[in-house]
Design a protein around this ligand. Sequence first.
Ligand SMILES: C=C(O[C@@H]1C=C(C(=O)O)C=C[C@H]1O)C(=O)O
Length: 384
Amino acid sequence: MIISEEHIKAASVCVDRRIPFALVIPPGAMKSILFASLSDGESALEHGGKRFKPGFFASFFGDSPSEAVYIPAELTAGQLLDSDFIKTCGDMPEAETVAVERSTDFMKYCSSLRELTATLKKNHGKTVISRLIAVDSTIDPIDAFRRYVDTAPGGTYRFVFYTPATGLWIGASPELLLSHKYGSGVFSTISLAGTRKPSDDMWDTKNRVEHDYVTDFIDFHFRNHNLETDIEPYSAVAFGNIEHLCEVISGRGETDPISLLDDLNPTPALCGFPVDQAFGNILSYEMHDRKCYGGMVGLADDDGFAAYVDLRSCLVTPCKNDTYRYNIYAGGGITEASDPLDEWNEAAAKARMLYRSVTDTDADESSDGLSFTGYDEAYSHTVR
Ligand SMILES: C=C(O[C@@H]1C=C(C(=O)O)C=C[C@H]1O)C(=O)O
């Protein structure tokens, strides 16, 4: 089992006692890594701001690395499972993040997207708009994470973490934002945007246009940091019943890695282009606060760091009667060529695996109007 019983129990103690923690499985890893700490609010960056401190870090959408929350590996699983030790820890603060929000309304989403596409027909560019899918479930969050890990691709960065500032998040990110070994002169990332069914053998123009905004943006910032960019040929990355258009990108040279990360975050894969226009559109047309969705999550050690985009993720809030509210966030790139129903269904397809993990139903069978209904028919029109 990728997550040991000990880590599952230790993570459950952290959830119950609101102890800041992260349980992480990096891409390709066969074992989970646990971080837990009683200290809260410490900066994730070392003095001088040029490196991350060893540990787990996460940030809100649009925040810079210096604002990231930080969890060092201070407490061991053994300590967390020692009830005498836990008694000495006292009570930790409640999460500051109240997450009991409603799912995005289909009609409002469609009218919003119609307005946005009309604006983009004039101004051009791309904006990523997300949906919120809120679902109540009696499935315990650590169990939901275990179920998600069982189904999410092994190439994803799988995480569950809690801090009072962010609340409790579960995710499986297919998107590397930046990895770097200090002093190596190599910076790695991917351009991941464009979504289709695996059965399709073509990437249509809309997907290519959406994708190229991301590649051009990364290439621009790499060059701006005097890095020599190398872009590998297009590939397809599978995520459940969809796949994404991907280019692996590396940059060679020397630059301040934290400042490069700051410039890349968020890329047009989660925000859009031009950046200011996209931020403005998100504020105007999206109907919820993204919180950590679209921010970053990552790991650092003494040698370097790897930061991923916080996506295919949800915020979990404990509710009454042993139920939990799972707020799943999922979106897609909107251009002047977007059709609202297709985009609605594409976001649903991205959320589907997580939805299944946090509930016992398949989304298609759910009767709560969260609507994955019509996915197959509508989606087949999107992807040509
Ligand atoms: C915005 C999301 O995914 C991003 C958007 C994609 C797209 O628009 O095709 C594809 C992969 C991700 O970069 C999400 O999962 O919520």
